[in-house]
Each structure stands twice: as structure tokens, then as C-alpha cells.
Design a protein around this ligand. Structure first.
Ligand SMILES: O=C(O)CCC(=O)C(=O)O
Length: 236
């Protein structure tokens, strides 16, 4: 199994202008604005690449476990770069599960195929609703609430399944714990100052972008650790 590893897997909208452009595409921000209002920050992003006929999967989890935003007015947009189908291991959502807040966890699933470094493993045994597959064509996106329980199965197809996620929230949210983190204001204004402001990547300043990126990732990982995920560096 080959996971996309290391620092470059986290918050790379700060490192690469193309990723920043993707994260701030007006159509995407319009959809996010419809859901969380006109003031929008990006908090995080990552890439989800599943090789064909590999055992990589994603255990049932909630995204806000890693972010600790309170209240959880946080969204994840998943953008397909290749077909995400049931065969290629598209995401599966548990509809309505976002309404119950943070869920109880089973013992971590730290099998080598689990793409979650923490092995987060939500107990869905009591849920009455069947998971829904989120089938997407390249260029399409889904958006989910950061308390929505979701996961995905291995890619049984012949080609890579590739997606990129961006996490958005309004500036007024607090964060559980003491550590301060940063986010990038991409629309509207920040009248609250709860997050340090990040800088968009500067074309032709790869060195500067790399330094700013690493600084922001360090704060992000500090928060993830503070929230109880000691294995945030597991795939480095
Ligand atoms: O790409 C996947 O299969 C899982 C993605 C995911 O868990 C997420 O975007 O939060």
C-alpha cells in the first residue's frame, strides 16, 4: 500500500498555488457560502489516493474529532479527480449522523490498510440507517458536515481513485483546548480573531511557501495531538 505521505499531505493549499486556486474556486465557495455564510476560512486539506486493487480503506469517523471546532459549523468538500464509484471505493455517508454530535469510539482500527493515521473507529452498530455511497465523476464534489459519520472501502477497480478535500468554517468558531491554530480567510471578513491568519501561497516563492506551510502544519498537528490523536505523524 502506498499512502501519500508526509508534510505535503496536510494543508497544501498553503504550499501550492494550484491547490489554493482549487480551494477558492468561486463555484465551490458559493456552495460553501450557501451553507455557512459569507465569511469563510479554510482550515485544512488533504489528498485521498487509493491505488487500484489495494487494501487501503477509511474506517468510520467524524472529521471534527481532529479539528475540535466548537460549535461544529465545519464542512468538508471532497473533490473527485478520478471517478469515485462503488467499485473504486467512493466515500459512504451515514445520513443524519451529524445530528448526534461526537460519537463513541470502538478500539482504534490501526490495520495497515486504514488511511486514517489515528485508526478512528466510530461505533455504528446502533445505527438504523444504511450507509449511502457518494458516487462522483471527476470535477464533481460532495460537501459533508464535520460531524457526519463516513468512511470508505478498498478500491477494487483498475485505476487510481483520487480526491482532494478542503475544510471550511466561519471565523467566529472557538476550538477545544489551549493551542492556537491558523486558517486562511478566503471570503468575507474575520471580526473575531480566533485563528491566526495564514497567507495564500505566492507564485515563484516556493521557499517562503514551504516555510509558512510547515509553520501552519506544526500548529495544526499540535492541536490534533492535544485532542488525543497521538499518531498524527504515523505515515511520515
Ligand atoms: O477519501 C476517502 O475515502 C475518505 C475521505 C474522508 O474521510 C474525508 O474526506 O473526510
Amino acid at each position: 500500500m502506498k499512502f501519500f505521505r508526509g508534510l505535503g499531505q496536510t494543508k497544501f493549499y498553503l504550499r501550492f498555488p494550484w491547490a489554493f486556486e482549487m480551494a477558492t474556486h468561486p463555484k465551490l465557495l458559493d456552495a460553501v457560502e450557501d451553507l455557512i455564510g459569507p465569511d469563510i476560512m479554510i482550515y485544512h486539506n488533504t489528498a485521498w489516493i487509493k491505488e487500484p486493487s489495494d487494501d487501503a480503506y477509511v474506517s468510520w469517523h467524524q472529521d471534527n474529532t481532529y479539528f475540535g471546532h466548537d460549535p461544529c459549523e465545519v464542512l468538508t468538500a471532497w473533490i473527485a479527480l478520478s471517478p469515485a464509484t462503488e467499485q473504486s471505493g467512493c466515500m459512504q455517508f451515514l445520513p443524519g449522523s451529524q445530528k448526534g454530535g461526537l460519537r463513541n469510539l470502538k478500539a482504534p482500527d490501526i490495520g495497515s490498510g486504514n488511511m486514517l493515521s489515528s485508526g478512528q473507529n466510530v461505533d455504528i452498530s446502533g445505527d438504523q440507517i444504511d450507509p449511502v455511497s457518494v458516487v462522483l465523476q471527476p470535477g464533481e464534489a460532495s460537501i459533508h458536515h464535520a460531524f457526519l459519520v463516513h468512511g470508505s472501502l478498498p478500491n477494487k477497480g483498475n485505476d487510481r481513485r483520487m480526491g482532494i478535500t478542503f475544510i471550511y468554517h466561519p471565523p467566529h468558531l472557538g476550538q477545544i483546548g489551549e493551542g492556537r491554530t491558523s486558517a486562511l480567510l478566503v471570503r468575507g471578513e474575520d471580526r473575531f480573531g480566533k485563528f491566526d491568519h495564514e497567507q495564500a501561497p505566492v507564485p515563484d516563492d516556493d521557499e517562503g511557501n514551504a516555510i509558512r506551510h510547515e509553520h501552519a502544519v506544526t500548529a495544526y498537528r499540535g492541536k490534533v495531538r492535544e485532542l488525543g490523536n497521538a499518531t498524527v505523524d504515523r505515515f511520515d
